[in-house]
Ligand binder design. Structure first.
Ligand code: FE2
Length: 338
């Protein structure tokens, strides 16, 4: 009897779902992890909605949506970093979602104030250092500009959106004049001209080229969880500081998604976002990139947990990063941060 009961239950569910859904959702995503496939399969199994994924760099997807205009099949736009989703927002490519579930599951500072997008997972951008060479590592982002750290700091280029968002948060908190002084100080403290990605800044600690590095947490956790060449072998020698713990907390950025302005399948798009911020999906989604879930009470994976607890910056609205993108770039250019 049990198999028949199950089958009937499943059929009943499908029948309920059928009238409300066109049964597909088009996801434009700049995030790709093979492990996410299982997540989208689970969504389809739970709802009967098929996920069609189009993957490319954030800027390419934005250009594509613009070019497609009113005929764009895009339902959901997903990207890494608030700076990128803010660009889609500025182009008028997103519309607000209406969902009690998302509002209940995602804290307000991790969502757009008008619900044009929601965070799906979090990463912190923090300070790492070589344990054997740095006795008193900087305890705040502001301290990275302290002359005590002359020639010691490795941080990537200003064209990188992570640094643009970090700079935007510094402008939001300290103002443009102080942010410019800060950037000047950081440039003066650089161990080398900016080069490579975040992993390369951490590799610099292992090779001895850098004493202090700025990187997103998941690059370090990845070095703990798997064999990352030039990093994992020396990772025990790397310490880390959760910055600004006596103040606003560590700078946090997001993987974020919103509903496309012309979404032909808006109900399905909402259902997908609700699924991704749900308890079942949250752990899996964050684990795929060693990140932190946005849903309170869901623990990150063991390697992320091993880095310890910290106070994230919940005072600075992530949505405010976009407001300072132009000012951030102007400052970077003015102080010669390549
Ligand atoms: Fe990254």
């Amino acid at each position: 009897m049990t198999p028949i009961k199950t089958l009937l239950g499943a059929t009943a569910l499908m029948a309920l779902a059928a009238p409300a859904f066109a049964q597909e959702v088009n996801l434009y995503s700049s995030r790709h992890y093979d492990s996410d496939d299982a997540l989208y399969t689970a969504f389809t199994e739970a709802t009967g909605i098929k996920v069609n994924r189009i993957e490319a760099e954030a800027n390419e997807l934005i250009q594509r949506m613009k070019a497609e205009g009113a005929n764009s099949p895009a339902d959901v736009f997903m990207t890494v970093d608030v700076g990128n989703i803010g660009r889609a927002e500025a182009e008028g490519l997103l519309q607000p979602f209406a969902s009690d579930i998302i509002e209940a599951n995602v804290p307000a500072h991790l969502r757009h104030p008008d619900n044009l997008w929601t965070g799906l997972s979090q990463r912190a951008r923090i300070i790492f250092y070589a344990r054997d060479r740095v006795e008193n590592p900087p305890q705040t982002y502001e301290a990275l500009a302290d002359p005590a750290y002359r020639g010691q700091i490795c941080i990537r280029s200003s064209s990188n959106v992570y640094n643009q968002s970090l700079m935007a948060s510094i402008i939001e908190n300290n103002g443009e004049a102080a942010a410019r002084d800060w950037a000047e100080g950081v440039v003066a403290n650089m161990a080398r001209p900016p080069q490579g990605g975040d992993t390369d800044q951490l590799r610099g600690l292992v090779s001895g080229e850098c004493d202090i590095a700025v990187a997103n947490t998941y690059y370090f956790a990845r070095g703990l969880a798997s064999e990352v060449s030039g990093l994992s072998s020396g990772i025990d020698g790397i310490g880390w500081v959760w910055p600004n713990q006596d103040g606003r907390g560590a700078h946090v950025n997001l993987v974020a998604a919103g509903i496309a302005a012309r979404a032909p399948n808006k109900a399905e798009a909402t259902a997908l976002l609700e699924f991704l911020v749900g308890e079942a999906a949250q752990k899996q989604f964050a684990e795929a990139n060693n990140e932190y879930p946005v849903l309170a009470g869901v623990a990150p994976d063991a390697h992320v947990t091993a880095m310890g607890d910290f106070k994230p910056d919940t005072e600075t609205p992530t949505a405010s990063f976009r407001d300072h993108v132009v000012a951030a770039q102007t400052i970077f250019n003015a102080v010669g941060w390549d």
